[in-house]
Every structure is written in C-alpha cells, then in structure tokens.
Ligand binder design. Structure first.
Ligand SMILES: Cc1ncc(C[n+]2csc(CCOP(=O)(O)OP(=O)(O)O)c2C)c(N)n1
Ligand code: SF4
Length: 270
C-alpha cells in the first residue's frame, strides 16, 4: 500500500511503527538518556534530584554524553554515579575538584565536572577548591549549598546561616562563637583562574531554568578552554531542616537567598 491509498488511520499507524512520531502527543517531559532508570535515594523534595536532572538534560542537549566525565563527592550525592548515565568516578571527601583536575589534564578533550555539597567543597575540601579555581583548571564545579551537612545528620556546615539551627548549633549558629558563614563562591570569584562564577537555586521553576542555563554555558566555556566555571546551586534539605518540601523551598527563598543572593559573581566580558 502506498501513502496515497492509505486511510488517515493507516498512515498514523505506520508513522508510529516507524517511530517517526511520538505515541503520546501531549508528552512534555521525559527522562533523558543521560539519566539512568533508577529511583533516586534522595528524600522527597530534595534539591539534589533536580540538580542531577538539569545536568543530565544539558549533557543530552549538547550531545556530549560520551565525552563527559563527572566526579561524585562524599555526602548525600555520593551515589550520583548511579543516576547520571555518563562516565563517573568517586572522590574522597572534599577532593573532587583535585580528582577532576587530574582527569581533565589527562583527557583534555573531555568535559569534566565535579559535583559537591557545601561540607564537601567548603569545609574539608576548601584547600582543593581554592587551588583548583586559582589555577584556573578548565573544569566545571557544581556546588550544592543546602546550608547543612545532610548525609551525616544535619551538623553545622560552613554555609549554615547565622541563627540557623543544626544538630551542632541547636540554639542557632552564634557567629561570635561559631564564626561567620563562608561565602566561598564570592571568594573564588576573586581568583584569577575562574572565568564564570554564578549563584543559582532550584527552589522554583524559573530558578531551575536559570540554573540549567548556567550549567550549559559552563560546558560551552569549557569547550573554549576558558578556565574554571563555578556554579553554586542554593538547595534545600527538607529532612534536616525538619520541614516539608514546600516549607523548605519557602524557607530557602526567605532566608537563604537574602544571604546568598542569586546572579553572576563573575561574568565573562565577551
Ligand atoms: C574524610 C571524611 N571526613 C568526614 C566524613 C563524614 N562525612 C560524610 S558526608 C559529610 C558531610 C556532607 O555534607 P555536604 O557536603 O554538605 O553534602 P550533603 O550531604 O548536604 O549533600 C561528612 C562530614 C567522611 N565521609 N570522610
Ligand atoms: S538528607 Fe537532606 S540533602 Fe540529603 S537527601 Fe535528604 S533532603 Fe537531600
């Protein structure tokens, strides 16, 4: 039967058989091939899952699945390699940017990124973070700032807000005793090796879209060998903040964002 003699219905069936159209005409959302078909272990509403998703979408959209290598941290996202369907390795706590440095130097044509929480990146890994950025390693560092040590039960992190309760600051962070929160993103923006430094969030659809755009730009800059790109993603930890996901995102907006304002901290001039 040729196309001219087919009924509309037969033509439609043939298109489905040839997979030239999608069976669900209303499909607006599907799992990119860069995410494995694995249920994530994250608590309901946790920002880690959203951050994984946007990284995966960017890698799929840029068509660099076979050319990308990720470095997972120690922290709640220790199993990131189970979810991102790309080459990934694990680093000891805090050392992800050093491991990413090694990978990028050996395989300079690969797209390399580290994915790190605030305890990982801004406490135990402070030295690696600063020196990686100062050297201007041509990698992307994704920094998930949820203001707390999530995996180990909610201890105070360098990013914990003044007055914020954690298991090790049960009456709230007293800066006169416990020191000030460390705005490490502001710090690395001052270093000559960083090319693009920005702060995003994943608490609302518009912020998720902006965070995705920042990650995409960073991979594009990496292709142009511009130096270190650093994307902070202000995230939540409903479990250790002891809130529902909705409360956590509201709290993030009202408390985290005034302290960690969103936007570019270092923007390429061209
Ligand atoms: C060398 C070493 N020190 C301490 C720990 C314990 N530890 C595991 S995860 C973690 C904190 C992780 O917090 P963060 O990086 O903020 O990530 P989150 O879990 O909040 O995503 C700590 C202290 C460890 N695994 N290894
Ligand atoms: S403990 Fe916090 S950071 Fe960890 S998965 Fe649960 S909500 Fe996410």
């Amino acid at each position: 039967m040729n196309e001219k003699t087919m009924t509309e219905e037969q033509h439609f069936e043939q298109m489905i058989a040839e997979e030239s159209i999608c069976i669900n005409e209303n499909l607006v959302y599907e799992r990119p091939e860069t995410l494995t078909d694995t249920p994530m272990h994250y608590c309901p509403g946790c920002g880690h899952g959203v951050a994984h998703r946007i990284i995966a979408e960017v890698i799929a959209e840029l068509g660099i699945q076979d050319q990308t290598i990720g470095v997972a941290p120690v922290g709640c996202s220790v199993l990131a390699y189970n979810y991102l369907n790309i080459d990934m390795t694990e680093a000891a706590h805090g050392r992800a940017s050093a491991v990413a440095t090694g990978i990028k130097r050996v395989l300079p044509d690969k797209y390399v990124f580290s994915y790190q929480g605030d305890g990982d990146l801004a406490a135990i890994g402070t030295g690696e973070t600063i020196h990686t950025c100062n050297r201007g390693e041509n990698i992307l560092i994704v920094f998930i700032n949820n203001g707390i040590y999530g995996m180990t039960g909610g201890q105070m992190a360098p990013t914990t807000l003044p007055g914020m309760k954690s298991t090790t600051s049960p009456f709230g962070r007293d800066v006169s005793v416990m020191g000030n929160p460390l705005k490490i993103t502001d710090l690395v923006a001052q270093l000559p090796g960083t090319y693009y430094v920005t702060r995003c969030a994943v608490n609302s659809p518009v912020n998720v879209r902006k965070a995705k755009a920042a990650i995409k730009k960073s991979f594009e800059y990496q292709k142009e060998k511009k130096g270190t790109c650093f994307v902070e993603i202000v995230s939540n930890c409903p479990s250790n903040w002891k809130m529902t996901p909705v409360q956590a995102n509201k709290w993030l907006e009202e408390n985290m964002l005034p302290y960690y304002p969103l936007g570019d901290l270092k923007k390429p001039s061209n």
